[in-house]
Design a protein around this ligand. Structure first.
Ligand SMILES: [Zn+2]
Length: 120
């Protein structure tokens, strides 16, 4: 049993880590668009590559036994099932494929997310 003061300290550290991860994704996004100027042409091949991109490497939280903490709600225990190219949260009752994970986490539109994954 963790004493209350330690638990508070732990919660503070965890929220610090979470906000640093959020900052990190923002910087990654900015860096990506510096390196890849925007235009709207994507091919069917790029969409296929993006759709089939392994989702696990895109997730912000560690994955154990195909489960991870959901990125869409405050999740203390892993509620998100991790499949090869998509995830499903049992609490949110919602699924995301690799493209929609990138859209959600990096705030990209569909074309931007496809290009991000197809050139990764
Ligand atoms: Zn969720």
């Amino acid at each position: 049993m963790v004493p209350n003061s330690n638990r508070l300290e732990r919660d503070l550290l965890m929220s610090g880590i979470a906000s640093m991860q959020l900052e990190q994704t923002k910087f990654k996004r900015l860096l990506y668009f510096l390196e890849h100027p925007r235009d709207n042409d994507i091919s069917e091949d790029q969409i296929e590559i993006a759709k089939n991109y392994p989702v696990e490497s895109l997730l912000p939280n560690p994955v154990k036994r195909h489960m991870t903490n959901c990125f869409n709600h405050e999740d203390k225990h892993p509620s998100m099932k991790v499949n090869d190219t998509w995830v499903h949260c049992f609490v949110c009752n919602r699924a995301w494929d690799s493209i929609s994970v990138v859209r959600h986490l990096l705030g990209l539109n569909f074309v931007e997310a496809v290009k991000y994954l197809a050139t990764k």
